[in-house]
Design a protein around this ligand. Structure first.
Ligand SMILES: Nc1ncnc2c1ncn2[C@@H]1O[C@H](COP(=O)(O)OP(=O)(O)OP(=O)(O)O)[C@@H](O)[C@H]1O
Length: 958
C-alpha cells in the first residue's frame, strides 16, 4: 500500500515501522472473513474484547488490526483509513487498555474539530469503557462553561474537546490542568492541524507533557501532519490502510451537471425520485442550509438544518431528530462533514460543491459506512466545473452522470418557485428575530467546523471565506502568483455576485479575508482590483456590504495603517477608492457609510491623493468590455483595451483634433483656477480676486457638464478615458475650491449674479467641446467678463453638502486643515502639470466607479423635505439613485450581511490613526508644491502673467 505522501523519508518517521494493508474495498463483513484476527489476537484484554463483542464488533477492522498492536506497544500512531472504517475504535481501545493498567485522572485528551464529533467520540469511549468505569467529559463551545468546569473538576479520565473551548478552560478554570496527560489524540488530524486551529493547538501542546503518547487519525492526511510530527510526535508508526484520498467501494458516486438557477428544482426532483431514503445534503453556507431546509419543508419534505449559526442545543436537537429518523433530510454545512457516524444515511447530496476537494471525501463518507452501501450525488453548475475536475483527480475516479429527466425537473419549476418565495419570507422573519435576539450569549459559532479558534469567533457565515464558489474565485484572482489581473475571472466573480443569493456576502467576506492583515501587498492590490471591479459591475446588494463604515474602516483603512508598513502606492490606492466611492455613493442613503469615513478622514486632516494618476491606477474594464474581449473558449485573460466602443459612431480625426484642442482650453481654465487658489490667502484675498475665482468656478462647472454629456457620445476609449480624467480633475479642483470657500466664510454670501449665470450658459460656453460639424472650434479658454457686482460665493450642492458634512464633526484644527488643503492642492497642481508649465497629455484613468455618477449635482439643496437626516433627505429630494429599502430581497440581504458587518466592525485605534496621519502629512510635505516652486510674492495676476508666457490662450481669456 502506498505511503502517506509527505511522510515517507521524513527524518523522524521510521518507514520500516510503517504498517499498511490493502484496502481492497472490503466491507466489515468481508473483513471478518478476510482477516482471521480477533481483538484478542491483537493483544486486547478480555474485558475490552467483551465490550467490543457487546457493540457487535465481531472482529477488528483493518485499521484496528494495523493500529491497535502498535499502539499497545507504546508507539505513537498516525492512522490513515477510509471514512467509516472504525478509526475511533482503533485509538480508543489502546487508550482504555492503558487506563486499565495504570488508572489515572485526566489521562487522555482527544481533540476534534466539531462539537458533534466530540459527543460522538465520548459515546464510543463510554460504550467501550462502561464495564471498567471510565469517566469522560466533553468540552466544546456553545455550552455553558460552568457545567463543563464542574465536569472537569471531577477529573475525568478522558477529555474530549474542541480546541477553542479547551483553551478557554485551560486559561480560566481554576485547578484544571493537563500537566499529567498521558495520551493526546487528534481525530480528523489534518483538520485540527490546519491554519484555523494552529494557534490553539500550539498553545495546547505547550501545556501538556512532552513525554506523552500521540495518535493522529484521519481519512485524509496533509503535509501539516508532517509538521506536527516534527513538533510533537515521537518515532511514530504510520498505519495506512487506504490510499491517501480514497472513497469506499460500496459508495456509488454520481455527479449531475445543472444550471445554477435550477439547483432547487433538481434537488426536489431527486428527493422525490429517491423518496424513502435518508439524505444528508451539504450546502456551503449556513444561510443556504437554512433556506433550502425551509424550501423543502414548504414542499412537505421533512427536512431539518444543522449549521454553525444554530445554538448548540438546536444543533444537537437537529442531529438527534435525524438520527432517530424523525427527519429524513438533514441540510448541513461542513460542520457535519467529518466524523459523524449515522449508519442509516443512504444518500449524500452535495448541493453546493465543496471548495476543498478533501471535504468531498469526508462529506460522501457520511454514507456507505462500516461496509454498508450508499450513494452520493454532486451538483455541478456552470461555475463548478473546475472544482469538480479537481475532485475527480483527487479521488482518481471519473464519476458517472446521475440519470435525470430534464423535462420532469422543469415541471417542478412553478411549485419550487412558490416554495422559494415562502422560504425567503420565512428567512426574512427569522432574520428579524435574529436581529432582536442578543448574540453570542451561548458562544454560538465557536469551535464549529467553520470556527477559526478562540479569538476569531465565527458568527455564522460559511466556513473559510474562500470556501464558496465566489470566494474560491476571489482567492484565485488575488493570488500573488498571478502575472497580471485575470479580468475574465474578475467578471466571473461579478456574475456570481449578481446572479446568486449568497454571492455578495460571500464575495465581501472573501475580499475582506484577502485584505485584512495581509502583508502580501501584491495580493492586497489584486484584491482591491477585484473589489473595484465588483463595485463597478455589481449592484446595490454588493454596494451595501462594502460601503459600510465597518468595511471601509475595518478593512480598507486598516490595511494602510502604519503598523502594516504599507507602500505609498497602496495607501494612495485605498484612499482614492474611498474618495471615489464617497463621491459616487453620496446620493444613496443606504450607502453613506463610506461617505462618513471619507469626510471623517478629511476632517481629521488626512491628505487624499487627488491626482488622477493615483485614482484607479489599474484600468478596470466594465463588464461589457471584458465580455466582448474575452473569448469564451479561450482561457480568460485581460482584454486588450478596445479602441472603440460598439454602437457609438466613430469620431472623425478632425473632430478628435478639435476636441483635443478644446480640452486644452478646459485644462487651461482649471489650471488657472487651481493656481489662483494656491496664491490667494482665504482671509486676505482681494474681493476682485474672489469674484474672478467664483466666475471661473461657474465656467468650469459648465465645462464639466459638457464633458460629462460628451462621454457617452464618444467611441474612442482613449478619448473617453481622457474625458473621465478631466472630469476627475474638475472634481479635485472643485474640492479645493470648496475648501477654499469654507475658509472664506464670514463673507457675505450671495447668489451668482445673473450676468455670470448667463455667461455660464453663454453659447460660447455651450459650444465648448461640441462635436457637431457646424460648431466653430473654441481655441481659447472661456471666461466671462468680470461683472462689477458684489462678491459671490457659490452655492453649489457640492459646497453645501461638504459644508453639511463638515458640520457633523467638531471644528478641525485650522492648520491641519490647511495642511490637508495644501496637500490636496499640491497634488492637483502636480497633476495639472503646473510646476513644469505644461498640460498633462497623459490620458487619465477612470475612477473606481463611473465618473458620470459623480457629476449629478447641479442645484442647491433647498426645499429639503423632512426625513431622517438632512443629507439623506436632500439626496432623496434630489432624486439621486433611488433605493427601494422596502424591497424584501434587500432586507434579506441586509440580514445576511449582519455577520459580514459584525465581522468587519473592528475599526482603527486613535493611536494608529494619529501615526497614520503623521505619515501621510510627511508624504504630502515631500510633494512638490506650487508655492515652493514659485516666488511667494507673486499675485494671482502675476502668476497668470507667468502662465501667459506658457499658455497665451489661457491668459488672454483671463
Ligand atoms: N470492528 C468493528 N466491527 C464492526 N463495526 C465497527 C467496528 N469498529 C467500528 N465499527 C463501527 O463502524 C462505524 C464507523 O466507525 P468510526 O466512526 O470509528 O469510523 P471512522 O473511520 O472514524 O470514520 P470517519 O472517517 O468518517 O470519522 C461505527 O458505527 C462503529 O461502531
Amino acid at each position: 500500500m502506498a505511503d502517506v505522501e509527505g511522510m515517507s523519508g521524513g527524518a523522524e518517521i521510521n518507514t520500516e515501522q510503517t504498517t499498511t494493508a490493502d484496502s481492497g474495498g472490503e466491507d466489515a463483513g468481508e473483513i471478518e472473513k478476510a482477516i482471521p484476527k480477533s481483538f484478542k489476537d491483537l493483544g486486547v484484554t478480555e474485558v475490552l474484547c467483551e465490550a467490543c463483542d457487546q457493540l457487535g464488533w465481531k472482529s477488528p477492522t483493518k485499521i484496528q488490526v494495523e493500529a491497535i498492536p502498535v499502539a499497545l506497544e507504546g508507539r505513537d500512531v498516525i492512522g490513515l483509513a477510509e471514512t467509516g472504517s472504525g478509526k475511533t475504535g482503533a485509538f480508543a481501545i489502546p487508550i482504555l487498555q492503558s487506563l486499565l493498567s495504570s488508572a489515572q485522572r485526566l489521562h487522555t485528551l482527544v481533540l476534534t474539530p466539531t462539537r458533534e464529533l466530540a459527543f460522538q467520540i465520548a459515546e464510543q469511549f463510554d460504550a467501550l469503557g462502561s464495564s471498567i468505569g471510565v469517566k469522560t467529559a466533553v468540552v466544546v463551545g456553545g455550552i455553558d462553561m460552568m457545567s463543563q468546569s464542574l465536569a472537569l473538576a471531577k477529573k475525568p479520565h478522558i477529555v474530549i474537546a474542541t480546541p477553542g473551548r479547551l483553551i478557554d478552560h485551560l486559561e480560566n478554570t481554576k485547578g484544571f490542568t493537563l500537566r499529567a496527560l498521558r495520551f493526546l489524540v487528534m481525530d480528523e488530524a489534518d483538520r485540527i492541524l490546519n491554519m484555523d486551529f494552529e494557534t490553539e493547538v500550539d498553545k495546547i501542546l505547550k501545556v501538556i507533557p512532552r513525554d506523552r503518547r500521540t495518535f493522529l487519525f484521519s481519512a485524509t492526511m496533509t503535509k501539516k501532519v508532517q509538521k506536527l510530527q516534527r513538533a510533537a510526535l515521537k518515532d511514530p508508526v504510520k498505519c495506512a490502510v487506504s490510499t491517501k484520498y480514497s472513497t469506499v467501494d460500496k459508495l456509488q458516486q454520481y455527479y449531475i451537471f445543472i444550471p445554477s438557477k435550477y439547483k432547487d428544482c433538481y434537488l426536489v426532483s431527486i428527493l422525490n425520485e429517491l423518496a424513502g431514503n435518508s439524505f444528508m445534503i451539504f450546502c456551503s453556507t449556513c444561510n443556504n442550509a437554512q433556506r433550502v431546509a425551509l424550501l423543502l419543508r414548504n414542499l412537505g419534505i421533512t427536512a431539518i438544518p444543522l449549521h454553525g449559526q444554530m445554538s448548540q442545543n438546536k444543533r444537537l436537537g437537529a442531529l438527534n431528530k435525524f438520527k432517530s429518523k424523525s427527519r429524513s433530510v438533514l441540510l448541513a454545512t461542513d460542520v457535519a462533514s467529518r466524523g459523524l457516524d449515522i449508519p442509516h444515511v443512504d444518500c449524500v447530496i452535495n448541493y453546493d460543491i465543496p471548495t476543498h476537494s478533501k471535504d468531498y471525501i469526508h462529506r460522501v463518507g457520511r454514507t456507505a459506512r462500516a461496509g454498508r452501501s450508499g450513494k452520493s450525488i454532486t451538483f455541478v453548475t456552470q461555475y463548478d466545473v473546475e472544482l469538480f475536475q479537481r475532485i475527480e483527480s483527487l479521488i482518481a475516479k471519473k464519476l458517472p452522470a446521475f440519470p435525470m429527466q430534464e423535462e420532469e425537473v422543469m415541471m417542478l419549476v412553478e411549485r419550487v418557485s412558490e416554495a422559494q418565495r415562502f422560504a425567503r419570507i420565512e428567512m426574512k422573519e427569522q432574520g428579524e428575530l435574529h436581529k432582536k435576539r442578543p448574540r453570542g450569549g451561548d458562544g454560538e459559532g465557536d469551535d464549529t467546523e467553520q470556527s477559526s479558534g478562540v479569538r476569531k469567533k465565527v458568527k455564522g457565515g460559511g466556513g473559510s471565506p474562500f470556501a464558496t464558489p465566489v470566494g474560491h474565485r476571489i482567492e484565485r484572482a488575488t493570488s500573488s502568483s498571478l502575472q497580471s489581473e485575470d479580468w475574465g475571472l474578475n467578471m466571473e466573480i461579478c456574475d456570481i455576485i449578481n446572479e446568486t443569493e449568497e454571492g455578495p456576502k460571500d464575495a465581501a467576506r472573501a475580499i475582506k479575508k484577502r485584505i485584512a492583515g495581509n502583508k502580501n501587498f501584491r495580493e492586497v492590490m489584486l484584491a482591491l482590483t477585484v473589489l473595484e471591479t465588483c463595485v463597478k459591475n455589481c449592484g446595490h446588494r454588493f454596494h451595501v456590504l462594502v460601503s459600510t463604515r465597518g468595511f471601509v474602516e475595518g478593512v480598507l483603512v486598516r490595511a494602510i495603517m502604519p503598523k502594516h508598513n504599507p507602500p505609498m502606492v497602496l495607501q494612495d490606492r485605498v484612499l482614492s477608492l474611498i474618495q471615489a466611492w464617497a463621491d459616487a455613493f453620496r446620493s444613496s442613503p443606504s450607502l453613506t457609510g463610506v461617505v462618513y469615513v471619507y469626510e471623517d478622514l478629511r476632517k481629521r486632516g488626512l491628505v487624499f491623493p487627488t491626482a488622477t494618476d493615483t485614482l484607479s491606477p489599474i484600468h478596470t474594464p466594465r463588464k461589457e468590455e471584458v465580455r466582448s474581449a474575452v473569448d469564451v473558449s479561450a482561457p480568460p485573460q485581460r482584454p486588450a483595451a478596445s479602441p472603440h466602443r460598439r454602437g457609438v459612431p466613430t469620431t472623425s480625426p478632425d473632430q478628435v483634433e478639435k476636441l483635443r484642442s478644446d480640452l486644452e482650453v478646459v485644462r487651461g481654465n482649471m489650471t488657472v483656477m487651481s493656481e489662483m487658489m494656491n496664491q490667494m490667502e482665504p482671509g486676505q484675498a482681494q474681493q476682485s480676486d474672489i469674484e474672478l475665482l467664483e466666475q471661473l468656478y461657474t465656467v468650469c462647472k459648465s465645462m464639466q457638464d459638457r464633458v460629462v454629456e460628451l462621454i457617452p457620445r464618444l467611441s474612442e476609449e482613449g478619448l473617453i478615458e481622457e474625458l473621465l480624467a478631466i472630469n476627475d480633475e474638475f472634481n479635485t479642483t472643485f474640492i479645493c475650491y470648496h475648501s477654499f470657500e469654507e475658509h472664506c466664510r464670514g463673507q457675505k454670501s450671495q447668489d451668482p449674479p445673473e450676468e455670470v449665470q448667463a455667461q455660464a450658459a453663454d453659447p460660447t460656453c455651450a459650444n465648448l467641446i461640441d462635436l457637431s460639424p457646424d460648431t466653430p472650434t473654441v481655441s481659447q479658454p472661456v471666461l466671462p467678463a468680470v461683472p462689477a457686482q458684489e462678491p459671490l460665493l457659490s452655492q453649489s450642492p457640492v459646497n453645501t453638502l461638504s459644508n453639511q458634512m463638515a458640520d457633523l464633526s467638531t471644528d478641525a484644527d485650522d492648520e491641519f486643515d490647511m495642511l490637508a488643503l495644501s496637500r490636496t492642492r499640491a497634488q492637483a497642481q502636480k497633476r495639472n502639470g503646473v510646476e513644469c508649465g505644461e498640460q498633462s497629455s497623459e490620458p487619465g484613468q477612470n475612477g473606481a466607479v463611473d465618473s458620470s455618477q459623480q457629476n449629478s449635482e447641479d442645484e442647491s439643496p433647498d426645499s429639503t423635505p423632512l426625513g431622517t437626516s438632512p443629507h439623506s433627505d436632500w439626496m432623496i429630494a434630489k432624486g439621486m439613485i433611488p433605493v427601494s429599502q422596502a424591497d424584501v430581497m434587500d432586507d434579506i440581504e441586509k440580514w445576511l450581511s449582519i455577520d459580514v458587518e459584525d465581522d468587519l466592525n473592528d475599526g482603527v485605534t486613535s493611536e494608529e490613526f494619529d501615526k497614520f496621519l503623521e505619515l501621510r502629512a510627511q508624504a504630502a510635505e515631500h510633494l512638490p508644491s506650487i508655492s515652493a516652486a514659485r516666488p511667494s510674492t507673486a499675485t494671482p495676476q502675476a502668476q497668470s502673467a507667468q502662465q501667459q508666457s506658457q499658455s497665451p490662450d489661457q491668459m488672454s481669456t483671463l
